[in-house]
Design a protein around this ligand. Sequence first.
Ligand code: SAM
Length: 211
Amino acid sequence: MEKALRLGLEDLGLDLSEEQQELLLQYLKLLSRWNKAYNLTAIRDEAVMVTKHLLDSLAVLPHLRGQRFIDVGTGAGLPGIPLAIALPDKHFSLLDSNGKKTRFLTHAANELSLDNVEIVKSRVADFVPGERYDAVLSRAFASLDAMISGCEHLLLPSGEFLAMKGQRPDDELERIDCKSLPVSITDLDVPGLPEYRCLLRIGPKVNLDLQ
Ligand SMILES: C[S@@+](CC[C@H](N)C(=O)[O-])C[C@H]1O[C@@H](n2cnc3c(N)ncnc32)[C@H](O)[C@@H]1O
């Protein structure tokens, strides 16, 4: 697993310290252990988790702008935990409504001493942040229009949505007002993963009155 992670990080062009790589693997160990009782992820093989959880999450890293991020519907902490380990100077709030998942996340953040992580147990619509975010991140959370309408209140005016998708969501894009919300799609290459991945960047909102 150490080697697969190291080679994958090299392929992604990410230079993480030995300590960060160790933390990523410790996170997978915790996830595997808790998964037996809590059913947190359908993937049970740790080697597969390196690709489908760690490298898949970290493929987004070069596309982050800003300091404060919220991962909505984070589940077992994906993509939030790997990104928080890789970017210790940036803040990550990890939000999920499922208590089993947030209990695991609280434990993992304590065990790994992740000072830049806040765990939020809430439905997204009910969460009122003390400070808004530069970006809302999501993987396997909701359709694009549902994510935008449900999470708008979390973003700064300059903020944006970054949605990870396993296929180009052409039908979902048709339901978005692309005039006031610029959209770009970037194909992602996840080392060792033959499946298609892309990242949708949506926003920041264009003020049409000023044009
Ligand atoms: C399919 S899982 C994806 C988990 C993780 N992002 C991943 O890619 O492995 C979706 C998660 O969103 C959470 N969720 C769904 N609707 C939500 C809502 N309205 N507010 C907060 N969490 C929600 C669920 O509890 C679940 O953990």
